[in-house]
Design a protein. Structure first.
Length: 736
């Protein structure tokens, strides 16, 4: 173990050293480019060449934005590896002390917002939540489907979603009864003094073996159809078995050093742990069933509606055509929502490891963290994806994990909404009220933008709360398997940053100025503005040869260290060095998608109209790519090839090479990640739709075309679905 830690420490020191060297190298190259650029600009001023001054000045500004992004990566990378080198997770034996006094443990509420999710997806997420290694927990599936679906398929899906919590409770019941009976027998023997130490240890080990066999059976009987299923088994089921083994090893080691009475206390602690595995309430709630709760169609208000109920009992009142929830006493209670100090929000396409809650709560309850509002582990992609697009998109997600961990070292953490542990008192501190359909609605998580967690991060920071990324990979989430679905996800991610940016700038303007505040601003501002700056900049630079007279040899070197270390991290994460090329190609493919999100932000800022929340579809088959994106990607390729040809004719060799390489990369990306046949099919479907609806290509129509299935009335062709019935649980739960 000591040798393993020493090797890890050495590895981290190497990566820290490489990052620092890369930062210095990039800064030196940037300085030299700046000197060359300023000399050139001064020459244009001196000779009154104002057109060239403007074009070269714009080029240097765009290059500065790109270099800014590279430096953010290198800096956060260095901080990430530094944090990893200093991280010493609390031992499981120490964490297990929480099981001694269950009554003193705060209730943990885990909320799983869901909208038209597959039953398999819901089941896996609820199981990962229900099997949290924590004494007092309550899991609530927040079903946001329409209460009265119009189609039979939607009705069946809704009924299936409603049934999953009960199926999990049934699945757990027999084990819960078995363990409770074994604990009762243990207490009876202790009370009547009919016990001896060795026998009781063996009884405890027998219960452990029984539970381990139960989990083994779950793993063996669960149908594995894809990499997400394999990730579920390894992350949730196998990890639970690993925790059981580690705990029992600690138990046996401790038994060797204790008296008989102390051993009996250790056994009692083990039984408390065994009981807690299956002692959980799994239920569901549908806010749209009640008229005095928000019906706004987004995840934030789904969460807000239930968070606002926490800590009270309610009576259901039928008033005319309305169904209302009203606070009441125990005698008339129809719905009891217990108070909860801690809340986990977990998207219905995400899973967390069994010790996620206990480790994060242990960290949050430390005295130094009494102002910690959010603690999370930024999610990673499910490993083992077979599709090239899903695998490369997953690689970018895994790389974002490194960047977000680095943010925490600069006090610049952003809440990433797929999973997070929240302190309820912090949410109360940022709560606002508004009126919706005549009812008072409380907002804890802002829904002004579709990146609600990002804006709430700024709200919490303004109130003096802290956000923290725990430096271990403990959460995993699905990556869209096709380009059509990826468009919906990534466009949503790109939407809202510019709207939130003024609020963030006002926060920094309040002062006081300090070195830590500068570091925080350095990463926070980049996070909100980079999508707009980088994508607009690339489009301009690739389309127009702005800097025909700028030939600084230092310019390519400003990006060299970034690409080398990015490729190195991909390799360390289990990908290939050459995947850096695929990541770059995918980023080119995302340019129109990101710009669509940016333009939506500008549209909302101008009109004040809230942008609908575009949920990422989870379907079997392929999500159709909107024709407008295929069209724009084709235009980019044509434009860059023409620009390259023109530059060769004019002798602008640097820009010609740059445009040609990017055109070839875009062609590669379209073939590799979308497919020629699929692109033609999607464009044909979109063209027929445009023709049928008599649309013209105006800016307003383009905005409407890019809306998703959840945002507008869906068409028959938007999503191609091959009907497959997914298993909800194993044969035991289905029989039950």
């Amino acid at each position: 173990m000591i040798l393993k830690k020493a090797n890890a420490s050495k590895k981290y020191k190497i990566e820290i050293g490489l990052s620092i060297f890369a930062i210095v190298f990039t800064l030196v190259a940037t300085l030299m480019v700046s000197i060359d650029g300023l000399k050139l600009l001064w020459g244009f001023i001196d000779t009154a060449q104002w057109g060239k001054l403007m074009s070269h000045g714009l080029f240097l500004i765009i290059m500065a934005c790109l270099i800014y992004g590279g430096l953010v990566f290198l800096l956060t990378r260095a901080i990430y590896y530094f944090r990893r080198s200093k991280h010493e997770p609390v031992s499981l034996g120490q964490l297990n002390k929480i099981f001694k006094h269950k009554q003193a443990v705060p209730l943990l509420t885990i909320l799983v917002p869901s909208y038209k999710e597959e039953d398999k997806t819901i089941y896996q997420t609820l199981m990962s939540a229900a099997l949290q290694h924590f004494p007092k927990k309550r899991v609530v599936l927040l079903i946001d489907d329409p209460v009265n679906p119009s189609s039979q398929d939607d009705k069946d899906a809704l009924n299936l979603a409603r049934s999953i919590p009960a199926q999990i409770m049934t699945l757990f019941k027999s084990e819960s009864v078995y363990i409770a009976e074994k604990k009762k027998q243990f207490i009876t023997r202790i009370t009547n003094k009919l016990n001896n130490v060795e026998d009781e240890i063996q009884h405890c080990l027998s219960v452990h073996s029984h539970i381990d066999a139960w989990f083994e059976q779950q793993a063996l009987s669960y149908p594995v159809r894809d990499h997400a299923d394999r990730a579920f088994i390894s992350t949730v089921i196998d990890k639970q078995r690993q925790l059981l083994k580690e705990s029992i090893d600690v138990f046996l080691e401790n038994c060797q050093k204790q008296t008989a009475d102390d051993v009996y206390q250790l056994i009692d602690l083990e039984f408390n742990r065994f009981v807690a595995i299956f002692d959980v309430e799994v239920t569901s709630f549908e806010r749209k069933s009640y008229d005095n709760l928000s019906h706004e169609p987004n995840k934030a208000m789904n969460l807000n509606s239930y968070i606002g109920l926490i800590g009270n009992k309610y009576q259901i009142i039928e008033s005319g055509n309305q169904r209302l929830l009203s606070i009441t006493d125990n005698q008339h209670c129809d719905l009891n929502v217990p108070d909860s100090e801690f809340i986990i929000t977990l998207d219905a396409d995400s899973i967390v490891v069994p010790d996620y809650a206990i480790r994060l709560i242990d960290e949050m309850k430390k005295k130094k963290n009494d102002r910690m509002a959010v603690i999370q582990t930024p999610y990673s992609a499910f490993p083992g994806a077979k599709g090239s697009l899903e695998r490369v998109a997953g690689a970018t997600t895994d790389m974002q994990y490194i960047i977000h961990q680095g943010f925490t070292g600069l006090n610049g953490t952003y809440w990433v909404g797929a999973n997070a542990l929240l302190r309820k008192s912090a949410l109360d501190d940022i709560a606002t009220q508004s009126i919706e359909r005549g009812h008072c609605i409380t907002r804890y998580i802002q829904d002004r933008t579709v990146i609600e967690d990002t804006e709430s991060s700024v709200d919490l920071t303004e109130k003096g709360w802290q956000l923290f990324n725990y430096p271990e990979r403990m959460a995993y989430s699905a990556t869209p398997p096709d380009f059509g679905a990826l468009i919906i996800q990534r466009r949503r991610w790109a939407n809202g940053g510019l709207i939130i940016l003024p609020k963030l700038l006002r926060y920094f303007a309040k002062g006081p100025v300090s070195l830590s505040k500068v570091g925080e601003a350095f990463v926070r501002i980049h996070y909100l503005a980079s999508i707009a700056l980088v994508n607009l900049g690339l489009v301009i630079v690739l389309a127009v040869p702005l800097a025909t007279d700028f030939n600084s040899p230092w310019l390519p070197l400003t990006a060299l260290a970034y690409f080398i270390l990015y490729a190195r991290d991909l390799k360390l994460l289990g990908y290939q060095y050459f995947d850096i090329v695929r990541v770059y190609a995918l980023n080119l493919l995302m340019i129109p998608v990101n710009l669509a999100g940016v333009f939506k932000s500008l549209q909302q800022a101008w009109t004040g109209e809230q942008i609908p929340f575009g949920r990422t579809p989870k379907v079997v088959g392929r999500t159709v790519t909107p024709a407008i994106f295929i069209f724009i990607l084709g235009l980019f390729v044509i434009n860059w090839l023409m620009a390259s040809s023109f530059d060769i004719y004019k002798g602008f060799w640097f820009h010609a090479t740059f445009a040609l390489l990017n055109a070839l990369m875009m062609i590669y990306a379209m073939v590799k990640f979308i497919g020629i046949k699929e692109s033609w099919e999607d464009f044909s479907i979109g063209f027929q739709g445009f023709k049928a609806q008599h649309l013209t290509f105006t800016s307003s129509n383009v905005a409407d075309i890019t809306l998703t299935q959840e945002e507008k009335t869906p068409t028959e062709d938007l999503v191609k679905i091959k009907p497959i019935v997914y298993p909800v649980a194993d044969s035991q739960s289905q029989a039950a």
